[in-house]
Design a protein around this ligand. Sequence first.
Ligand code: 5AD
Length: 367
Amino acid sequence: MRNLINKLRREQRLENEEWKQLLEAGKAEREGGAVFSLEENDSLLAYSACQARQVREEIFGKAIYIRGLIEFTSYCKNDCYYCGLRRSNKEAERYRLNQEEILSCCRKGYELGFRTFVLQGGEDGRLDDQWMEQMISRIKNEFSNCALTLSVGERERKTYLQWKNAGADRYLLRHETADSEHYKNLHPKELSLARRLDCLRNLKDLGYQTGCGIMVGSPGQTTEALIKDMEFMKMLQPEMVGIGPFLPQHSTPFAGEKAGTLEETLFLLSLIRLMLPKVLLPATTALGTVREGGREMGILCGANVVMPNLSPADVRKKYLLYDNKICTGDEAAESLSSLKKSMEKIGYEIVTDRGDSPMKKEREKHV
Ligand code: 5AD
């Protein structure tokens, strides 16, 4: 199996059959009780992590990029079975930040050293194209040396274009799964994989640095579905990939489902780093939630981004995609300084930099 990891590192691709062997071997190892350990051991997980770390360091050194996450609306018109913001969740308290509140999160973030802001929200039916355009312009005017990432779900191509023209740089839209049957298990019938993939193609085509991604261990996820995910990511060539374990939320239809595991998420992070060496790969909040120190382990498996929360402290506990989400209380400054320390402890350094994708820089060289 190490040969397959070596091949993935060398050629950045595997055949379908090889993915199957590798993913099944990883699964068998986890079922046998393998856990992540820093000491070199014989596990596939440790080997892939070590290879992924080397590849990450060849390209990015020890730098960790930070993104200031602003969760600006918890309204959502969708009803995804896994998500705590789904419209049928009557327990969820809804909120929407206004432009001044969002700008004040950015100002606080800028002082702390953030040079990327991520505006994330549910698919808020009242989120108006023009309002968003104006928000983007105001942020880009005031913070001209910062990158702006949007993550507000599926929209028309012309809207994505309008926002791009207003100055948005990047867009995160996890595809959730590249298997259409699995997609149907996770979403109500009005949502489709075809439409999701269309949005991702539009974003790429319009020149956004684009992020896709999945939840690891979501209900019904099979090895076949994961192979499709890897093949899809290879084809899309995203600048970013967001993955984290699926975590049940108590007032969703998936309340009683099993959570995704730390080990499986770490294994996939390292395989994604080997397949897409230049990708920006966050160690997500969900990874830090499934196990204390999970984000640090993600970094040691090839991740190179963290996304601390810049939302006002009083709204954080209302943005609950899943249960037990970390950092729902502490101030941004507090959580950044403890993150800095914990990253230094494992030999990495948080940098103040827009942290654009190296793929973007290469495209610009050619024009
Ligand atoms: N567990 C883990 N991740 C979740 N997301 C939504 N609900 C959950 C959950 N219960 C992820 C989805 C979405 C992103 C914003 O959060 O992948 O794209």
